[in-house]
Design a protein around this ligand. Structure first.
Ligand code: FA5
Length: 345
């Protein structure tokens, strides 16, 4: 029996030795140490032994069991260690490999122009104001001296939500809102934002576009202040060599009203296809705030005066970057947007 046990032990240890995974090891465990295994069988047969032999054999069986168990545990630990090693090797990160470049996006050219103009005006003491895109007819038209039925409303037809609510046609309603908010105090604001008109889309028109409104209200604000401000802006945006020209125009909310042209960036004023051979390019509408508008905003026109201007952001971006079709701004084509590099400003 002793001989048999020794042999079983050798067999079990040898099988453990060659086992290459946990499943095989478990098979060895069941086969040799399990309830139906040969060692259990031997234990069951111990009854047949003499009382002197029994303890000796009992001890021997236990030693064999312990040896086999110990070997099994060692092998399990060894296999587990190996598995971890393998996994570590598989998942190893080579920190010396060059990284994958992360593509950094570009700010949209319209955002770029808005930010540049904001910075310029903030440096001149202006605050940035905002107003709703879904606007009351009152602020979009009436408070700007455009009562219901006024013929100038036709130039800015829009999308109505109700009789009294519409998508704003310009950023000028922010003038009326800000005057009420400032409650008679002098102020300077600019207001960038989206506007909407029932215009047919073509190379220079879009049914949705952006404007930047400017409004200054205070004592002794004069036309020369407006001209100086616009001149500074034009030179900063388009270069020191740019000239500006103010032409008489009409807006119901300013009196007098002007439109501002800048000398053509392409030909410098001699005439080319960009400026339609006039030497000048129209940029914005502006004027001295109409006394009725001041009054509706709670300002006494005898004491206060002001100037206002409103420019099309796309128009400026087109001139600044030489974009020939306004629709490029809205097609979400990354090839277009990524041409405006970070170094620009
Ligand atoms: C106005 O909207 C006035 N609110 C501007 C103003 C403000 C005048 C304050 C006086 C005082 P106008 O309709 O001309 O004006 O539009 C201003 C600019 O918006 C235009 O010069 C043009 O650059 C741009 N614009 C007008 N319609 C479109 C359009 N459909 N698509 C793209 N840009 C447009």
């Amino acid at each position: 029996m002793e001989q048999q046990l020794k042999q079983l032990e050798q067999e079990a240890l040898a099988k453990i030795e060659v086992a290459s995974n946990l499943k095989e090891l478990n098979e060895v465990r069941v086969a040799y140490l399990g309830k139906k295994g040969p060692i259990t069988d031997l234990l069951k047969g111990m009854g047949k032994l003499s009382p002197e032999e029994r303890p000796k054999m009992g001890a021997l069986v236990n030693t064999v069991r312990e040896n086999v168990t110990e070997k099994l545990e060692q092998k399990v630990a060894q296999l587990e260690e190996l598995a971890i090693q393998e996994q570590l090797e598989k998942e190893a990160i080579d920190v010396t490999l060059p990284g994958r470049p992360v593509r950094i996006g570009n700010r949209h050219p319209l955002t770029r122009v808005v930010e540049e103009i904001e910075d310029l005006f903030i440096a001149m003491g202006y605050e940035v104001a905002e107003g709703p895109e879904v606007e009351k007819d009152y602020f979009n038209f009436e408070a700007l001296n455009l009562p219901k039925g006024h013929p100038a409303r036709d130039m800015q037809d829009t999308f109505y939500i109700t009789e009294e609510t519409l998508l704003r046609t310009h950023t000028s309603p922010v003038q009326a809102r800000t005057m009420l908010e400032k409650n008679g105090e002098p102020f300077r604001i600019i207001c960038p934002g989206k506007v909407f008109r029932r215009d047919n889309d073509d190379a220079t028109h879009s049914h949705q576009f952006m404007q930047i409104e400017g409004l200054v209200v205070g004592e002794n604000i004069r036309m020369s202040d407006l001209k100086g401000t616009l001149n500074t802006m034009a030179k900063k945006m388009f270069g020191e060599e740019r000239e500006i020209r103010l032409r008489p125009s009409f807006f119901p909310f300013t009196e007098p009203s002007v439109e501002m042209d800048i000398s053509c960036f392409k030909c410098g004023g001699s005439g080319c296809n960009v400026c339609k051979h006039t030497g000048w390019i129209e940029i914005l509408g502006a004027g001295m705030v109409h006394p009725n508008v001041l009054e509706m905003g709670g300002y006494d026109p005898k004491k206060y005066s002001g100037f206002a201007f409103g420019m099309g952001v796309e128009r400026i971006a087109m001139l600044k970057y030489g974009v020939e079709d306004i629709r490029h701004f809205y097609t979400n084509d990354n090839r277009f947007v990524s041409q405006f590099h970070r170094t620009e400003g």
